[in-house]
Design a protein around this ligand. Structure first.
Ligand SMILES: Cc1cc2nc3c(=O)[nH]c(=O)nc-3n(C[C@H](O)[C@H](O)[C@H](O)COP(=O)(O)OP(=O)(O)OC[C@H]3O[C@@H](n4cnc5c(N)ncnc54)[C@H](O)[C@@H]3O)c2cc1C
Length: 479
């Protein structure tokens, strides 16, 4: 089967009737028509539609090695630097469509599946290795969408805390039987939970002494016993004028509950090996391949933010002030740094032990340490430049009312009338002040893990021995 279009995506998810809870009730009826999901599912569907547009087909698809049909580029296992470039272009074409706001556009998870299939031998057991590879082929050929839960509930993060097995909170294997593994408990945090075909569950990456937490699998989102419990939605059903971003790109986050869920054996990739569980992220090329996708998107997001900031500056004519120029320059510097790091990662790409062409890890780790710190600053800059303009924002209905003409006049900026000025400033508001904005900041800080432990990882892995040796040599110079 070839890559899907938006309609197939929407129909398929609606048919699953996933067990999704929001605001104290289970969603019945079509998920794509529910107020919390309508906007974002439409945006997701548009991405799938693009795979069939002539202008994007060469970038967004490649020929399936099994059937010769067009399948999604994010499933392409890179073997050459050209493959990496093709992957980057496809990420950026999609990110452009959602102005970098959908952190979990399908290419994110497709990359995870591709990466672990490429190093499937890492899963040890012959059957699990085969399961991982078969699952990848199944996803690629059917263009499946996925969500994931890679962490355990935030109950007690003390290093000395061990959960009591008889009163388990974090999902664990409670039984193995002829049908598969039985999982019971909770996992965090499935962004897009409920609006995808599949749920991928992997171990946290931290070492666990208890083998009951050392599992990896994927199951259809409508598997019996599986529940997605969503936070309240930040899409308030307002127009694109009023909430330009939250009405389109609000990716709901959910807690996932497993009530004695059976995972069939052919969907199990790992079971019981704490050793393999702790090596999954270090011995695979998960980090560089994933951060390659993430940084490609972050570049597009930064470009969009830069565009908004400059539009604000031009609208109220504050570009002559040095501190404004300095603030805009801060964003430019980050943008150029991200681009340089991404290019460097591709130029210095090499084949890993699994035979995959992998972008250089070091510049990507630098990019991944940089962005979670600079993104909140971008938003601060937006508030500092937008000032009262970010709250002088009547709604579309106000403009359509009898006071509309007054608003057009009194709310004008140096370059546009009140309606157009408020339209621009509402966009800046939705990115810097709304609930959607707050969630985006938290997302960029944490979505790929704890930034503190991420920095620790770079500290640990970055080889400085040569420089230390050099300093010693200098200290011992006789001349
Ligand atoms: C908006 C959003 C969307 C997300 N989407 C997904 C998703 O789709 N799928 C998914 O699997 N996950 C997702 N995540 C979860 C994300 O991976 C985690 O937030 C991240 O790994 C941090 O874990 P935590 O939130 O449990 O924070 P915690 O680990 O509880 O950390 C809380 C605080 O304690 C500190 N801390 C805790 N333990 C240690 C330690 N050992 N050493 C030093 N400091 C420590 C941290 O630095 C931090 O300041 C998402 C998160 C957010 C915010």
């Amino acid at each position: 089967m070839s890559c899907i279009n938006g309609k197939t995506y929407l129909d398929r998810i609606n048919r699953l009737h996933n067990n999704v809870w929001i605001n104290g009730a289970k969603i019945t009826g079509n998920l794509s028509e529910h107020p919390a999901f309508k906007g974002v599912m439409k945006s997701q569907a548009m991405l799938y539609d693009m795979q069939h547009e002539k202008a994007f087909q060469d970038i967004l698809t490649f020929k399936s090695p099994s059937t010769g049909d067009n399948v999604g580029t994010s499933y392409l296992e890179p073997k050459t630097k050209e493959d990496l470039a093709k992957r980057r272009k496809s990420f950026q074409v999609w990110a452009h469509q959602n102005v970098g706001m959908m952190g979990r556009s399908p290419d994110y998870m497709n990359t995870v599946v591709m990466t672990f299939a490429a190093c499937a031998k890492l899963f040890g057991d012959k059957q699990y290795t085969e399961n991982m590879r078969n699952f990848y082929t199944h996803c690629r050929e059917n263009d499946l969408s996925l969500t994931h839960t890679f962490i355990q509930p935030q109950v007690n993060r003390s290093a000395l805390y061990f959960e009591n097995a008889s009163d388990a909170i974090a999902a664990r294997v409670i039984e193995e039987n002829k049908d598969g593994l039985v999982i019971h408990g909770a996992r965090l945090l499935a962004t897009q939970g409920g609006m995808t075909d599949e749920l991928l569950v992997f171990p946290t990456g931290a070492f666990h002494f208890d083998a009951a937490y050392a599992y990896a699998f994927s199951i259809p989102s409508n598997t019996p016993g599986l529940k997605f419990v969503c936070r309240e939605s930040f899409d308030n059903g307002k127009s694109h004028y009023d909430h330009p971003l939250s009405s389109r790109f609000e990716e709901v986050d959910s807690v996932v509950l497993f009530d004695q869920v059976t995972v069939p054996w052919d969907r199990v990739f790992l079971n019981g090996s704490t050793d393999i569980a702790s090596r999954l992220y270090t011995d695979s090329s998960f980090m560089p391949l994933q951060v390659h996708q993430v940084t490609s998107r972050n570049i597009i997001k930064t470009e969009f933010i830069l565009g908004i900031l400059q539009s604000l500056v031009d609208a109220i004519k504050v570009g002559e002030y040095q501190h404004i120029q300095e603030k805009i320059t801060e964003v430019i510097v980050t943008l150029e740094t991200l681009k340089a790091l991404l290019t460097a990662s591709e130029v210095h790409a090499s084949i890993d032990q699994w035979g995959t062409m992998v972008p250089d890890r070091k510049p990507l780790m630098a990019a991944m340490n940089l962005f979670p710190r600079t993104y909140p600053r971008f938003i601060e800059i937006m508030q500092l430049i937008g000032a009262s303009g970010l709250v002088s924002i009547p709604t579309e209905m106000d403009f359509q009312s009898e006071i509309g003409d007054e608003l057009r006049h009194y709310l004008q900026s140096a370059d546009r009338d009140g309606y157009e000025k408020v339209k621009l400033f509402r966009l800046a508001w939705d990115l810097s002040m709304s609930s959607f904005a707050g969630r985006q900041i938290l997302y960029e800080r944490f979505f790929f893990g704890d930034p503190v432990r991420f920095a620790t990882g770079l500290y640990r892995d970055y080889d400085r021995s040569e420089y230390v040796k050099w300093v010693e040599e200098f200290l011992n110079r006789q001349k």
